[in-house]
Design a protein around this ligand. Structure first.
Ligand code: FAD
Ligand code: NAD
Length: 404
């Protein structure tokens, strides 16, 4: 490859990094720049499907796709390695097994679970962060059920499943669990009434971003299918046995404990000495790292200010994907000495699944959905995401196209 060409290095093949790479391939002639995509694994995964992998309601392979199947390796240099640190003064990225230099950098390493320093959370609770950590949760639940059957003295607590945090991820996980648990009970000949599914939430309500009628609907739907809610109950510690909650330090026991209490940007941001606000970078309106001419920070690694609401946009896949379009335009603008554009988010709405056939959502400027219509919309969103990643062929191969 001609090394005299400017080098564009994209870190992360999630929604933001992969979309930026694809747009750069479309916008730039091969002679204009060399494009390098770095990702920990040789596959991209749909982060928005990870709760299904965690519950075991889909196979992990359905949620991932080989990067070389969707990005032409003859056009983009693909490096499968872990990013350790960005040394911006030297325009260099340190990888676990190598290092690379760049002229333009797109930092899109996504999210990590945020334990907010809660004692024992990192050691004793599972978290949904990627394919491997999510698969571990479903494997652990199966193991607990299998072990229970083998051990005459086994405690019923070992069958219980507890989810800390009832935001989007926690609620979507509960929606999958209420479908998976009866399946596991059947598989292991265990009475369904022995298995508790417990949700512990500090705030006075689940899913505070939705209107009360939708929240009430979601709560009732999950309760009717066996979820026990402990709302207004802050978790102060996680032990090998379960969560410690509330002022009286009550221990709630469970054999499978999952923390879905929030996310932060990749820890590589901090290792690289970037200035952080609540675990992420506050980027300029053109998505650049403040004070840096040639570094863009996208997706769950950055906060972008929503002027209308006077707060940052919530981190979502649709935000990450839209940012990628602007980042690719702006890299091209830098290469061709044209002015950069500012990012403007166009929300298409929000849908939360409550299992395969249920959900809630707000779309098209406040039109509310609940039940099957919300579940169907969620599948449209999931399939659209696959389409953007790998076209109709990928939707036919891995899409959610079975009727329900
Ligand atoms: P990611 O998708 O996290 O991608 C980051 C990439 O970087 C990954 O490929 C990762 O392997 C790679 N990487 C990470 N660290 C390193 C490293 N050190 N070195 C090399 N590579 C690395 N949003 C919605 O809009 N709608 C939804 O329905 C929705 N559902 C969700 C469901 C769940 C269970 C979760 C957890 C999130 C959901 N979100 C949803 C939020 C959405 O998934 C994120 O906002 C989105 O993934 C952010 O995209 P990203 O490109 O910034 O990062
Ligand atoms: P979140 O911040 O949305 O929810 C975390 C929840 O945990 C909150 O309700 C919080 O009150 C609770 N919590 C925090 N500390 C606690 C404690 N000590 N004890 C008990 N409860 C505690 O985080 P998330 O659900 O991980 O979602 C992360 C991001 O991903 C969100 O911004 C969301 O927009 C996005 N997401 C979107 C979708 C979707 O659009 N369908 C699905 C999943 C995630």
């Amino acid at each position: 490859m001609n090394t005299s060409k400017p080098k564009i290095v994209v870190l992360g093949a999630g929604y933001a990094g992969l979309t930026t790479t694809k747009r750069l391939m479309q916008k730039l002639h091969p002679e204009e720049a060399e494009i390098i995509l770095v990702n920990k694994h040789n596959y991209h995964y749909e982060s928005t499907w990870l709760h299904e992998v965690a519950a075991g309601t889909i196979n992990p392979n359905q949620a991932r796709v080989m990067i070389s199947d969707i990005v032409n390796p003859n056009r983009v240099r693909l490096i499968y390695d872990s990013v350790v640190e960005v040394k911006k003064e030297e325009q260099r990225v340190v990888l676990e097994n190598n290092e690379i230099t760049y002229d333009y950098l797109v930092f899109a390493l996504g999210f990590e679970s945020n334990d907010f320093g809660i004692k024992g959370m990192d050691e004793h609770a599972f978290a949904i962060e990627d394919i491997d950590s999510s698969r571990l949760i479903s494997e652990h639940m199966e193991y607990q059920f299998a072990k229970y059957k083998m051990d005459e003295n086994a405690d019923d607590d070992s069958l219980h499943i507890m989810v800390g945090g009832a935001g989007f991820t926690g609620i979507e996980l509960l929606g999958e669990l209420v479908e998976k648990v009866p399946e596991l009970c059947k598989k292991f000949d265990i009475d369904r009434s022995k298995v508790r599914i417990i949700s512990v939430e500090a705030a006075p309500s689940i899913l505070p971003m939705f209107d009360k009628d939708l929240v009430d609907y979601a709560r009732k739907s999950l309760e009717d299918r066996g979820v026990e809610f402990r709302i207004g109950t802050p978790i102060s510690e996680c032990t090998p046995e379960g969560f410690i909650v509330g002022d009286d330090k009550e221990l709630i026991k469970a054999g499978t404990v999952v923390w879905t209490g929030g996310v932060k940007g990749s820890s590589v941001l901090e290792k690289s000495g970037f200035e952080l606000t609540k675990g992420k970078v506050n980027v300029d309106a053109d998505l650049r790292l403040p004070g840096e001419e040639n570094i863009f920070v996208l997706g769950d690694c950055s906060w972008v200010w929503d002027k209308e609401a006077d707060r940052p946009y919530g981190p979502t896949a649709q935000l990450a994907t839209q940012e990628a379009d602007v980042a690719a335009n702006n890299v091209k603008a830098l290469l061709t000495n044209r002015p950069l554009e500012n990012f403007v988010f166009k929300s298409k709405g929000t849908v939360a699944s409550l299992g395969v056939t249920d959900g809630i959502g707000t779309v098209f400027d406040d039109y509310k959905l609940r039940g099957k219509s919300a579940a169907a919309m969620k599948k449209v969103v999931d399939n659209r995401s696959l389409f953007l990643v790998g076209g109709a062929k990928l939707v036919l191969k891995k899409g959610k196209i079975r009727p329900f």
